[in-house]
Design a protein around this ligand. Structure first.
Ligand code: AMP
Ligand code: ZN
Length: 468
């Protein structure tokens, strides 16, 4: 397996430190709002990375934090007149609901910054002891000049950065000995949450939490550290400085970063009016379509999100669901027989699609090509379901398809009960539209159902539906 490592800017063979066990840390969101559609990208792509390792039979220890104390959280809580801890707890719950909808597995551990303060204090103390950090009036800074490899991940020219920082110098941070030094501990301000420490009441800097949590839950050296590309500098560079200065060993072997998601080719921002939460998008699209859409791009490429692209993803995903439905129908209709020799041979033809799927995933998680391999299997299914086969044959075929889709966190087998609830709800909407003489909407609903292979019939007892 080859992984692109931001540290070396190359694809490298992946070897976990302990054979058969992958330790990975993925930086999680700061919880002061519902998560946005961009935040869903690292969640979905690194969940897929995790699922692929599991598919290969490896154990994965997956740690992903929630930053539950931060300026943005405090400002938002003050604006709403509520406790910052309550605000963060609320949005952690909401984030977990979105993750569940998107089939993102819960992490092995989801640590919270506020629950790990003693570990962070210990880390900061050890950095001071070793001469990598210094305190000035209740603020502790990391001394970037003391850590010689500083800058090795982001490949930045530190002199240029230092020159830039000097002109941008922020008031209140002018006690820093060097423009690139960063805060490990900051003193409390009026009305802010705080904890006791050897340097006075205050709270840790953001970078400190990930170093402390990775060490506590995964050890001094981990296999994979991941997050969005905006985290390379300064966040991940600072994590490396803290962890390697304190522990004296390499912090993470592979650094994986996802590209950004843009909306209609523009950066998502509240001021541009193109800011969408996952919740907004799930009002319009099935969460599986969102997941399918994200995995149809390579995780390192920029990804454009637009209505047209989502509509096209919806139609493509529907092809998979339809094929899986047809396979299920064929399976139910087939006699309880075992596979014939010919069927064994026919089934072996699908080995090539599994091989293509794995080859793509092993090439730095090329999920777009892996999805193309799934579509080859879909084509094969669409042809073979037309013929008579044993139930055993259809069963292994279904299992093969479900296994590959499960690596992607997708499930194409629609529960008949859910399907009927959903169709009944759409029929009801159509009836209301008709009553309101909104025939365009009524027709659009009928067409959408038809596209999914559902035919409506107006009868004297009301509207009935059946599969085309
Ligand atoms: P934050 O809460 O801003 O720290 O973000 C949580 C995670 O989402 C980090 O890994 C970010 O890099 C990632 N992220 C934020 N915005 C985007 C975006 N537009 N596209 C992709 N990833 C993003
Ligand atoms: Zn982090």
């Amino acid at each position: 397996m080859q992984l692109y490592n931001t540290m070396t800017k190359k694809k490298e063979p992946f070897e976990p430190l302990e054979p058969g066990h992958v330790r990975m840390y993925v930086c999680g969101p700061t919880v002061y709002n519902l998560i946005h559609i961009g935040n869903a990208r690292p969640m979905i792509v690194f969940d897929t990375v995790r699922r692929y390792f599991m598919y290969k039979g490896m154990d994965v220890s997956y740690v992903s934090n929630f930053t539950d104390v931060d300026d943005k959280i405090i400002n938002e809580a003050n604006a709403q007149g509520i406790d910052p801890g309550d605000l963060a707890a609320h949005f952690i719950d909401e984030c977990k609901k979105d993750m569940e909808a998107l089939h993102v597995m819960p992490a092995t551990i989801h640590p919270l910054a506020t629950q790990e303060i003693p570990e962070m204090i210990e880390l900061i103390s050890s950095l001071i002891e070793k001469g990598f950090a210094y305190e000035k009036n209740g603020t502790v800074y990391f001394s970037t000049r003391k850590f010689k490899p500083y800058g090795k991940l982001s490949h930045k020219n530190l002199d240029d950065l230092r020159a830039g920082e000097r002109t941008l110098k922020v008031t209140g941070e002018d006690e820093k000995e060097d423009a690139l030094d960063f805060v490990l501990w900051k003193p409390k301000k009026e009305g802010e949450p705080f904890w006791k420490s050897p340097w006075g009441d205050g709270r840790p800097g953001w970078h400190t939490e990930c170093s402390a949590m990775a060490k506590k839950y995964l050890g001094d050296s981990i296999d994979i550290h991941a997050g969005g590309e905006d985290l390379v500098f300064p966040h991940h560079e600072n994590e490396i400085a803290q962890s390697e200065a304190a522990n004296g060993v390499e912090f993470a072997r592979y650094w994986l970063h996802n590209g950004f998601l843009n909306i209609d080719n523009k950066k998502m921002s509240k001021s541009l009016g193109n800011f969408f939460t996952v919740r907004d998008i799930l009002e319009q699209y099935d969460p599986q379509v969102v997941r399918f859409f994200m995995l149809n791009a390579h995780y390192r490429s920029p990804l454009n999100f637009s209505k047209e692209l989502m509509e096209s993803a919806k139609a493509s995903w529907q092809r998979i669901v339809t094929a899986r439905g047809a396979l299920e129908d064929a399976l139910k209709a087939a006699g309880q027989e075992s596979m014939t020799e010919d069927e064994t041979k026919l089934f072996a033809e699908t080995d090539q699609y599994v091989a293509a799927f794995e080859e793509s995933m092993e090439d730095d998680f090329n999920t777009a090509d892996a999805m193309a391999a799934i579509f080859e299997l879909v084509k094969f299914i669409n042809i073979t379901v037309k013929d008579e086969h044993s139930s055993a044959f259809f069963e292994v075929l279904a299992e093969r398809m479900d296994t590959l889709l499960d690596v992607m966190g997708l499930n194409a087998l629609v529960d008949e009960g859910d399907l009927s609830d959903e169709i009944e709800a759409m029929i009801e909407k159509r009836q209301q539209a008709r009553k309101a003489k909104d025939f365009a909407t009524a027709d659009a609903i009928r067409d959408e159902l038809l596209a999914r292979g559902i035919v409506l019939e107006d009868t004297r007892e009301g509207v009935k539906w059946h599969k085309a």
